[in-house]
Design a protein around this ligand. Structure first.
Ligand code: DC
Length: 256
């Protein structure tokens, strides 16, 4: 089975790219962030103090998370839209940092992936390092802060959340800070590496199978649906979490 891991900062377009590649290759897409969101929703709805780690851990036995195509179910209830709401977004980074919660989700992610027929694509900060360190292909997706804020604002507008682009940007920067503080062995982020794809075109170097299809899919999509967000991304492909070249680092810094 072929496993693709996508990592990158919040709102860099990970899930959009993951869904696109899944469609292109006939893979299944597993939204791991949605799983942490679903459990956070359980915590909220059962008035569990999210800062009480022991209590949060204890309640894991009461949940059942499942997927049906693009929908996610928490104890048989479809929570696909509900988990995108503000209360969940604000607390998920607290809940997802607990060791037991992560162990539970990682185990479930491996189980779900093992039932996939062709291949599976997963996004999240720990996918290429902890969940599937031997993934066949790892993608690190970055985007400028402006493009990230723009994308998050469009998402928020769809959900009826009223906020300015400046507010969105501030929240993204706050999330980046939390995410970098929370880094640990349990959720190491993949680092940018090797070749890259940008909105300008594709460059290859030592890339594994399927990359061409992925690159073609990305290019096609960028010139069409994403034309309004053209500056959005540079994508780095890599096989290891510690192979970011100096040049990659420099370029990515310049973009952000
Ligand atoms: O991608 P998202 O915003 O839906 O993710 C929700 C939260 O879950 C976010 O705080 C990052 C976290 N997350 C994680 O810790 N590990 C993953 N594999 C995926 C998401």
């Amino acid at each position: 089975m072929y496993i693709i891991a996508i990592d990158g900062p919040a709102a860099s377009g990970k899930s959009t790219v993951a869904k696109l590649i899944a469609k292109q290759l006939g893979f299944s897409y597993l939204d791991t962030g949605a799983m942490y969101r679903a459990y956070t929703l359980y915590v909220i709805e059962h008035n569990i103090d999210p800062y009480n780690e022991e209590l949060v851990n204890k309640n894991l036995i009461n949940i059942n998370i499942s997927f049906d195509k693009t929908d996610i179910y928490l104890n048989s209830i479809n929570v696909t839209s509900r988990i995108r709401e503000d209360d969940v977004t604000k607390l998920v980074s607290i809940v997802c940092a607990y060791k037991k919660v992560r162990e539970y989700m990682v185990k479930l992610q491996r189980e779900i992936a093992s039932t996939s027929e062709n291949g599976v694509i997963l996004d999240g900060r720990d996918i290429g390092t902890v969940v599937f360190p031997n993934a066949n292909l790892k993608i690190y997706l970055v985007a400028s802060n402006e493009a990230r804020a723009k994308r998050r604002k469009i998402d928020n507008d769809k959900l009826g959340i009223i906020c300015s682009e400046e507010e969105v940007l501030k929240e993204l920067i706050r999330r980046d800070e939390i995410d970098s503080q929370l880094k640990s062995e349990l959720m190491t982020s993949l680092q940018p590496a090797f070749a890259r794809i940008s909105a300008m075109g594709v460059r290859y170097s030592a890339l594994p199978a399927h990359t061409k299809e992925i690159a073609d899919a990305l290019n096609e999509e960028m010139s069409d649906k994403w034309s309004g967000l053209r500056g959005i991304s540079v994508v780095s492909f890599g096989l290891s979490s510690a192979t970011a070249s100096e040049e990659d680092e420099k370029m990515i810094k310049e973009l952000q």
